[in-house]
Design a protein around this ligand. Structure first.
Ligand code: HEM
Length: 494
């Protein structure tokens, strides 16, 4: 596989670093209705796609703006694009990307992911929003500093593809919008935890990873680069592309908080409220501030949580062989989704790098209202537009969800160094068989305790799809077809 330095002009901007800078982001899911016209209009669209190099430049601009204490935000809008397998097939793009989850599509995967749904005449249908049960060929990911910037960018895109005119080549299937939370919720997901703390660093891109932030070869994120296990079997055009997993996840926030309030961990010296906060921290693996419980097991440490030099500096070391969950339960969300030393290092030596993902989520929906707090019941849809990139969905998102978060035996059944049932990831773990979900080891003093989670999930999937975000060169040379016909712009300006 190629070891060359990364070609930042060729990689879409959402994949590396922090991704597209965003205060707001719209995912516009589309169906291609006229293939030839789309591929011809696409050549006008490609120059809009923001590359990793351009995003680096914008981040520098934003940094300078902040340093100079200038008012407001830097005006910014950026678009990236990705296609589903049905989109590639529709467009007639040749070549097998060698990823089973991607090829089948997420709708077909929903049952085995454990997404709630119903079966009629032997056919399973997930409880997803109607739009996500339709065929989706592609998605425009549009990020910006404000709704106005994103709307303007989307308007330009629709114009290129002739939406609303006789030259239309795409049809909107559905769209969703996420927004950074403001005030107290800033940088936090809706349950109240600081988010966006741990992502892998990429060799050749992130020059100075934070302490404890493991660096991975670029091929675990970028197709056909050093580290991509299936790289040589993938078509040439796939180089520098990456799979994008999108999940539309609704969070039942008042219900989650009420569960914590009703099940405080009872320890000498802890108030009931502190016991509830401890339970929350042990289900996530971090305190709300972001401080890892592996470092500070019984009390939050806000400075630690906010300090990137220290908030990833832990390994869950030593505890698995002794079945020791006193510092962090095996089933804690961050331990299930990135088990660090549980699987890495001798004598286990699993190649955990292939299961890493880079997360790019954003929150959606309003803040919890006083009414919802009072009733402890969700009345308004809110949650996470979960998005992540990896060079494999089979080993990345799908594996993390199915083989780790949803598997009550993991990590003990994999390492076979101890016996026991750690239980489900309480945040995202789903039972495909409908079995009761329990979590083991929530009480640091008594690792044998099990708590039972409610039947209704705290995080409910309501849609999603698997995509591939090709390189900019592939977009220009393989997806777009320069046409002899006049462009939409030209036709419209006549
Ligand atoms: C609404 C749903 C979700 C919520 C509320 C949530 C919440 C969180 C929080 C609070 C963190 C710790 C902060 C951080 O490292 O950024 C985290 C980390 C993480 N989450 Fe989630 N998450 C959700 C969905 C998912 C899904 C669907 C996956 C993948 C299947 C996932 C994978 C991860 C990974 C890999 C980490 C980093 C672990 C580490 O490196 O320490 N999360 N999540």
């Amino acid at each position: 596989m190629s070891n060359d330095t990364l070609d930042l002009d060729n990689i879409q901007g959402d994949i590396l670093g922090g991704g597209l800078p965003k205060k707001t982001e719209t995912f516009y899911f589309f169906e291609v209705t006229k293939v030839d016209r789309f591929r011809s209009q696409f050549s006008e669209f490609v120059p809009l796609v923001k590359t990793a190099a351009q995003v680096n430049g914008h981040r520098e601009e934003i940094y300078a703006h902040k340093q100079q204490k200038k008012p407001g935000l830097v005006t910014f809008a950026a678009v990236n694009v990705a296609f589903s397998q049905s989109g590639l097939s529709k467009l007639g793009i040749q070549g097998d990307l060698k990823d089973k989850a991607f090829t089948a599509g997420q709708l077909k995967d929903a049952q085995s992911l454990g997404d709630p749904g119903s079966t009629t005449d032997g056919k399973y249908t997930p409880d997803w929003e109607a739009g996500f049960k339709k065929e989706i060929h592609g998605v425009f990911v549009i990020a910006g500093d404000c709704h106005g910037s994103v709307t303007k960018e989307l308007h330009q895109i629709k114009h290129i593809f002739g939406v609303g005119t006789a030259h239309q080549s795409i049809h909107e299937v559905t769209h969703v919008r996420g927004d950074d939370r403001l005030g107290e919720g800033h940088k936090k997901e809706h349950f109240g935890w600081l988010d966006g703390i741990s992502n892998p660093a990429i060799d050749g891109f992130d020059e100075a990873p934070f302490p404890g932030q493991d660096s991975i070869k670029p091929g675990f994120v970028l197709a056909k680069r050093d580290g991509d296990i299936r790289g040589q079997d993938r078509p040439d055009w796939a180089i520098d592309g990456s799979f994008l997993t999108f999940r539309y996840l609704f969070q039942r926030v008042p219900e989650f908080h009420s569960f914590l309030e009703e099940n405080p961990i009872i320890l000498p010296g802890l108030s009931r409220k502190e016991g509830s906060e401890l339970l929350g921290a042990r289900l996530v693996g971090r305190w709300k501030s972001g401080a890892p419980i592996d470092v500070t097991p019984l009390h939050d440490d806000k400075e630690l949580g906010a300090d990137p030099q220290r908030n990833n500096l832990f390994e869950f070391k030593g505890s698995i062989e002794a079945n020791d969950q006193s510092r962090c339960p095996f089933a804690a969300h961050i331990r299930k989704t990135y088990p660090r030393a549980d699987l890495e290092g001798p004598p286990k030596n699993f190649n955990i790098d292939k299961n890493r993902i880079v997360r790019r989520g954003i929150q959606f929906g309003p803040e919890v209202t006083e009414q919802e707090k009072c009733e402890k019941k969700t009345h308004h849809g809110r949650g996470l537009l979960f998005a992540c990139y990896s060079s494999s969905i089979d080993d990345g998102f799908q594996f993390i969800q199915k083989s780790w978060a949803n598997d009550p035996g993991f990590p003990l059944d994999v390492t076979k160094t101890a016996t026991g049932t750690p239980g489900f990831d309480a945040i995202i773990g789903q039972s495909a068989s409908g079995s009761t979900r329990t979590v083991n080891g929530t009480n640091p003093n008594d690792p044998t305790t099990n708590i039972t989670l409610p039947n209704e999930l705290f995080v409910i999937p309501r849609g999603g799809e698997y995509f591939f975000a090709p390189s900019v060169r592939a977009l220009a040379e393989t997806f777009a077809v320069k046409s002899a016909h006049p462009s939409t712009q030209e036709v419209l300006s006549v």
